[in-house]
Design a protein around this ligand. Structure first.
Ligand code: HPA
Length: 270
């Protein structure tokens, strides 16, 4: 079965439960699942029910989507995402993005946890991603292109949407949430970086590093879906001597998740 037909069959399934347009879809990364508690009249759909959707395996991620309203905005929250390091193909990692586009999602919000490459960033800071550097070994658009899914060579210069970025960044500042804008370096993981690697990633222009997001953003660009990406900086290897543990990452991500929740509540009032 072709990818396009798989997307259409997932779309046909979801159409039965969801309205024909959705203001925001939010990919809730590590520690950010609490967001789903804020929607009114939630409709919950397990990934396992959706045709061709992969199922997540990683700790701290669940496999379901929750639709509802937050302050009159129609919002779909994806609890659980698919990482390349888990062994999924790039097509599987990015399948949800194609489905979100097909069901009429207007704006995509991606959240993730990341390590700091910028000595000025503290664990717990929020970073609004304005650009990325792709160090994944594979591009999700590699292979024969199906024109029904989008362009062969989509541009990536405007995928991090300026309007969404500035609107939410100034809101975060108003709310007193410690935040910056920065460049996300995406690599496959799952091992964390060596001190020399953190240093290299800083020198090439990264502010934060993580193991997700870039494949999803590339496919969003092919779908022409505007993206807002928020990264929770969970560790600063330049301060902690790169002795990061996954427990620290999860702990900080959970705490900062609460700040993001507050920010979204205000954003959806606009
Ligand atoms: N490196 C890669 N991914 C991460 C890190 C890190 O230091 N922290 C959270 N996600």
């Amino acid at each position: 079965m072709e990818l396009y037909d798989k997307v259409i069959s997932a779309q046909n399934f979801l159409k039965e439960y969801l309205p024909s347009s959705i203001d925001y879809a939010i990919i809730a990364g590590t520690g950010l699942s609490g967001l789903a508690d804020d929607v009114t009249d939630p409709i919950e759909i397990s990934y396992s029910e959706i045709p061709h959707f992969p199922e997540p395996t990683v700790e701290g991620h669940q496999g379901k989507m929750i639709f509802g309203k937050i302050h009159q905005k129609k919002v779909l929250i994806l609890k659980g995402r698919f990482h390349y390091y888990e062994g999924y193909s790039m097509t599987e990692v990015t399948f949800p993005i194609r489905v979100l586009h097909a069901i009429g999602v207007k704006n995509l919000i991606i959240t993730n946890a990341s390590g700091s490459l910028n000595p000025a960033l503290e664990a717990g800071d929020l970073v609004f991603i304005k650009d990325h550097i792709n160090l994944f070994p594979e591009n999700p658009l590699r292979g024969l292109n199906d024109d029904r899914l989008g362009l062969r060579f989509p541009a990536l210069n405007e995928v991090y949407n300026d309007g969404l970025l500035h609107q939410s960044f100034s809101l975060a500042q108003k709310l007193g949430i410690s935040s910056r804008q920065g460049v996300y370096v995406g690599l496959q993981g799952p091992s964390l970086e060596t001190p020399a690697e953190y240093n290299y990633l800083r020198i090439i222009g990264g502010d934060v590093v993580g193991m997700s997001t870039v494949p999803e953003v590339i496919v969003a660009a092919q779908c022409k879906m505007p993206v807002l990406c928020l990264s929770v900086c969970t560790n600063n290897p330049f301060k902690d001597g790169a002795k990061t543990t996954i427990e620290e990452v999860l702990d900080v991500a959970n705490k900062t998740g609460e700040k993001i929740r507050l920010l979204f509540q205000e954003l959806f009032k606009l």
